[in-house]
Write a protein that binds this ligand. Structure first.
Ligand code: APR
Ligand code: ZN
Length: 225
């Protein structure tokens, strides 16, 4: 059976990382949409760097929870594709294999000039030079609003072949990820949502309600034990 799993901020909530919609989408009185854009980075790069420095520190201090660990176990089964919108890399730290980071990751820096990537420092200075081409255009390796998510070819190929699609801890507010359930269903996959509460009644074949740290280990056990 081919399984595609999409995860969102709810997966890391019990690791102490605030979800976007729960914190009213605010950071220091700024709307997240006003700091997580290419326009914001051009207008006030220091503010945007500070926002990601804070999130990077938060992610580094957090620990994977039982939901991350269960998905890491699932990822070692054949035919499983793990896609995450989370930039905290907690799935990787739990030992998951080949996680597709469609929105990038906090622990990576990206050169806006040549596309080179390298490990991000704890604090990213504005105008940091790229180690490959020396241009001062380093930025967080994060997909901002208005930018195209990474690895869409691999994701679409996995969705085309999926027998089972699961969305875990994601509100279904942000496209294209929010549309993956419809693509998978159109291709004949069974669809299941794991969330504190259903996000879109009727859109998934099945909903498993509850905190991810409890529901995800139970769901993974039902698949592979
Ligand atoms: N267990 C399961 N689900 C939970 C838990 C939990 N402990 N806590 C919260 N949730 C659910 C919420 O009910 C909500 O549906 O997780 C979801 C979190 O939704 P969002 O905060 O909208 O996060 P996400 O869907 O990942 O956001 C998508 O938006 O800002 C952008 O790029 C950012 O990747 C992010 C994208
Ligand atoms: Zn470069």
């Amino acid at each position: 059976m081919r399984i595609v799993v999409l995860t969102g901020a709810g997966l890391s909530a019990e690791s102490g990382l605030a979800t976007f919609r729960a914190s009213d989408g605010l950071w220091e009185q700024h709307r997240v949409e006003d700091v997580a854009t290419p326009q914001a980075f051009r207008r006030d790069p220091a503010l945007v760097m500070r926002f990601y420095d804070a999130r990077r520190a938060g992610a580094a201090a957090a620990q994977p929870n039982p939901a991350h660990q269960a998905l890491a176990r699932l990822s070692r089964q054949p035919g499983v594709t793990l896609i995450t919108q989370n930039v905290d890399a907690l799935l990787d730290r739990a030992g998951a294999q080949e996680v597709i980071h469609m929105h990038g990751r906090l622990d990576s820096a990206l050169c806006g000039a040549c596309g080179h990537r390298w490990p991000a420092p704890d604090r990213m200075p504005v105008g940091m030079a790229c180690p490959s081409c020396s241009s001062p255009e380093a930025r967080p390796d994060i997909v901002w609003f208005g930018e195209m998510p990474y690895h869409m070819d691999r994701i679409e190929a996995a969705l085309d072949r999926a027998d089972l699609f699961a969305a875990i801890g994601t509100s279904g507010n942000v496209y294209p990820a929010a549309g993956f359930v419809d693509i998978a269903a159109m291709n004949g996959a069974e669809t299941v949502e794991l969330n504190l509460a259903p996000t879109a009644p009727g859109r998934f074949d099945r909903v498993i309600e509850g905190p991810a740290s409890r529901t995800v280990p139970e769901w993974v056990a039902s698949l592979i034990d």
